[in-house]
Design a protein around this ligand. Sequence first.
Ligand code: 0O2
Length: 231
Amino acid sequence: MTTIEVTEDAIRQTRELRDEFQRFLREYEFGMREVETKISILRDEFLHDHSYNPIEHVKSRLKTPDSIVEKIARKGIEEPDFDRIREEITDIAGVRVTCSFVADVYRLFDLLTKQDDITVRTVKDYIAAPKPNGYKSLHAIIEVPVFLSTGPLSVPVEVQFRTIAMDFWASLEHKIYYKFSNRVPSHLVESLSDAADAASELDARMERLHREAHGVPRKQLPAPAPRVVQV
Ligand code: 0O2
């Protein structure tokens, strides 16, 4: 039987690494909470001032350690340290904002990203330019300040804005890809693409209905302009 000798020094180093990793993840958790608060303030203000809630739901998540390690490998980051990971992996903290209509998606994006303390790092507008599989969403990597006892820190958070129909599609597509381990039969890929078209049509129809019901004439309704992609 093989015996492994674990020295006290090795135990101490492992503990230090664990503590540093927990501190590292906490920074992202704080950044995520700042963004959640900003979204929740926008929602409450909208509700009071316009008697209208543009947000259906908000979901947040921190990437798991396994998922961070998988992304480090996928991106080919050699000899990763915390600074490298901070620089290269910008979606450790993620907030997903699901809105009722496409116009609300862009409105929320504008209201959040124009705030003085927010810096926009990148924007990917997959609503204006959907992915080939039909995926739609508006993604932004923003930096939000977090004030720690050691001083201020700028934390990147990925915010995804989408409609309920886009969210429904993306969650089903994710499950299908997971079930088939990324080797989805072609007839299902086609069906997913058709479903993405149907979801877009439903979004457009529901928004028209909503606007007509609220007395906004069609000709006053400009299509939302795609947000500029910055990389
Ligand atoms: P999870 O579980 O949400 O964390 P990058 O981060 O820029 O290196 P990428 O893929 O170019 O990597 O970023 P992009 O295009 O902004 O997409 C990142 C996230 O968007 C994904 O996160 C998904 O949440 C979502 N997403 C992107 N494309 C698709 C898609 O085709 N289908 C579905 N269902 N979701 C998508 P993660 O890290 O993959 O997963």
